[in-house]
Design a protein around this ligand. Structure first.
Ligand code: FES
Ligand code: FES
Length: 156
């Protein structure tokens, strides 16, 4: 049975009529056309589908759409209000991505880390980022880019 679910996506109110168990990831990508968030394992293991729900990271492939009713969802497309977000800029400056597939999840996770801890050390970065896997092994550059962006992320 289809259910109407309303929520905020990247600051705009949206409504969809879908099965309430549909993963948020499907709705973001297929129903609403925001394809920046990537599908990989579909089982909550790899972190490539990470978005923010009410400011906290969540794996959208295992988040039923009904659970985000009246909440605020942010994807990689909504991060920057103007130009590039400081974390995205650091990713560009440090040439972090290789294939790029995991990077939206990496960036969304790094933004949450820097909001909670503006100047993390290497161990804190590794602990915060361990839930997002990178098959290309960009972990060293991710760590460096987070150091570059540290102190520049505002809590909003
Ligand atoms: S696609 Fe969601 S955790 Fe892997
Ligand atoms: S850049 Fe290829 S999986 Fe991370």
């Amino acid at each position: 049975m289809l259910t109407k679910v309303s929520f905020q996506l990247n600051g705009k109110q949206v409504s969809v009529e879908v099965d309430p168990n549909t993963p948020l990831l499907w709705v973001i990508r297929d129903t609403l056309g925001f394809t920046g968030t990537k599908y990989s394992c579909g089982m909550g293991i790899c972190g490539s589908c990470t978005v923010h729900i009410d400011g906290k990271t969540a794996k959208s492939c295992i988040t039923p759409i009904a659970s985000v009713a009246n909440k605020s969802v942010m994807t990689i497309e909504g991060l920057a209000k103007d130009g590039l977000h400081p974390v995205q800029q650091a990713w560009v400056d440090e040439e972090v991505p290789q294939c790029g597939y995991c990077q939206p999840g990496q960036i969304m996770t790094a933004v949450e880390l820097l909001k909670n801890n503006p100047n993390p050390d290497d161990a804190e970065i590794d602990a915060a980022m361990k839930g997002v896997l990178c098959r290309c092994g960009t972990y060293q550059r991710i760590r460096k880019a987070i150091h570059v962006a540290s102190g520049e992320v505002q809590d909003d």
